[in-house]
Design a protein around this ligand. Structure first.
Ligand code: ZN
Ligand code: ZN
Length: 350
C-alpha cells in the first residue's frame, strides 16, 4: 500500500490526519473500485475504507486492493459508521469536488475539523506506477489497432459521423469504451480544434483531423492523426508539414527535469517561424491517466516539471478559419533517459 503511505505523508505535511476522498478518479486510484462515482474512500491513520452501497457488494470486494476494507452502507449510514473513526481528527476534504451540501452532511455527522485540500491525491497520480503504465499502454495499443482498421474508410463520400461511429464500435468490440466524444473534423471544419463529428461528407482534397482515445479498465489513451484525402492544396500541405515538424521537435526535446513551458515553446517557436503562431490557439498537451485531461499542464509558461513516470500528450495544431486545420497528437511516457512514444499509428507525410 505504497500509495496510501504517500497519502498519509502528504496529509502529515499539511498537518492533517485523515482524508475523505470523493473525487471519482481519486477513489478509484486509492481503492481500485471500478464504479468510483458510487464510492467514497476514507483514509485514517490506521485504516483505508471504501464505502459503497449494496448494488456493489460483490463488485467492491472483487475490486478492492489489498489493505482496503469494504463497507456496504447507504451514504447516510456510511457517514454515521465512519464518525467514531474520525472523532477529533483534522480531516482533509477535496475542495475541487466536495459540494457545499456534501460538506454540510459531513459537518452534521462527524465531530471533526474539516480542511479543504487541493491536488493532494492528484499529485501522486502524476507519477504512474508500472501497473498504470501497462494499463495506458494497453489502451493505446488497442486504439492504434482500431485506427488501423478504420483508416481505409476515411475517404471522399463518407460522413464524419460514420468514421466516428466505426471508431467507437471498434473500441467497444475490443472491450473498451470511447474515452471522449470522437473528433472528426474535415475540410473547413478542421479549423474547429474540438469539432465533434458531424454529418458533413468528407471531400476530395480534405485534411481530416481524427482525435480519439480508448478507455480500457479505467485508463485512457489519447491520440490525433490528420489524414489526407486525395491531394490537399499546397497551402494545407505546407501547414501540415509545419505542424508535423513542431510535433516531432517537441517530442524529441522531452527530458525529465525540464519545465513543461519550455517544451511548449519548442513547438510554438517552430510554428511561429512558419507564420502559424496565431493559428496554434491552444496548449501543447496534458497528462493522461484515469482522467483524459490531467496534470501536468503543458502550456505556455507552465512551470510543471516533467519527471519519469509521467504520461503526457504532445499535440500542436494550426487552425485557420475558412481553410481548415491540422493537429497531430502522440501519447508519450517520460522516462529516466528521455521518453517513449506510446502511440504508433502512422502519420501522413507530404
Ligand atoms: Zn486528443
Ligand atoms: Zn489530448
Amino acid at each position: 500500500m505504497e500509495k496510501i503511505e504517500q497519502v498519509r505523508s502528504a496529509l502529515a505535511g499539511r498537518g492533517l490526519q485523515a482524508l475523505w476522498v470523493t473525487d471519482p478518479a481519486n477513489v478509484r486510484y486509492l481503492s481500485g473500485f471500478t464504479h468510483p462515482d458510487d464510492g467514497r474512500v476514507l483514509v485514517t491513520p490506521a485504516e483505508v475504507l471504501l464505502y459503497t452501497d449494496s448494488r456493489y457488494t460483490v463488485q467492491a470486494k472483487e475490486d478492492a486492493e489489498e489493505g482496503v476494507q469494504v463497507v456496504i452502507a447507504s451514504p447516510l449510514s456510511a457517514l454515521e459508521q465512519a464518525a467514531p473513526k474520525v472523532a477529533g481528527l483534522k480531516v482533509g476534504i477535496e475542495a475541487a469536488n466536495l459540494t457545499v451540501a456534501g460538506l454540510e452532511r459531513l459537518q452534521s455527522a462527524w465531530q471533526a475539523q474539516f480542511h479543504p485540500t487541493e491536488g493532494l491525491v492528484e499529485e501522486l497520480r502524476l507519477y504512474k506506477t508500472d501497473a498504470e503504465i501497462s494499463g495506458i499502454r494497453a489502451a493505446q495499443d488497442l486504439a492504434d489497432r482500431v485506427f488501423g482498421e478504420v483508416r481505409p474508410m476515411i475517404k471522399a463520400g463518407v460522413r464524419e459521423l460514420d468514421v466516428a461511429i466505426a471508431l467507437e464500435q471498434g473500441l467497444r468490440q475490443a472491450g473498451a469504451t470511447s474515452a471522449f466524444d470522437v473528433i472528426v473534423a474535415s475540410g473547413v471544419r478542421g479549423a474547429l480544434p474540438h469539432g465533434a463529428a458531424s454529418d458533413k461528407v468528407i471531400e476530395d482534397g480534405d485534411l481530416v483531423t481524427v482525435d480519439f482515445g480508448a478507455n480500457l479498465n479505467g485508463y485512457n489513451s489519447d491520440m490525433t492523426r490528420t489524414v489526407a484525402v486525395g491531394e490537399p492544396s499546397a497551402e494545407l500541405q505546407r501547414i501540415y508539414t509545419a505542424v508535423l515538424a513542431a510535433e516531432e521537435a517537441a517530442v524529441a526535446a522531452i527530458r525529465p527535469g525540464m519545465q513543461a513551458g519550455d517544451l511548449d515553446a519548442v513547438a510554438r517557436d517552430l510554428l511561429a517561424e512558419h507564420g502559424l503562431a496565431e493559428a496554434f490557439a491552444h496548449s501543447l498537451g496534458h497528462g493522461v491517466g484515469l482522467v483524459v485531461h490531467e496534470n501536468p499542464r503543458l502550456a505556455r509558461g507552465s512551470e510543471d516539471v516533467l519527471q519519469p513516470g509521467m504520461v503526457i500528450t504532445i499535440e500542436p495544431g494550426a487552425y485557420i478559419e475558412d481553410l481548415g486545420g491540422v493537429r497531430i497528437e502522440d501519447l508519450v511516457l517520460v522516462t529516466e533517459s528521455g521518453y517513449e512514444v506510446l502511440s504508433h499509428s502512422p502519420k501522413e507525410r507530404f
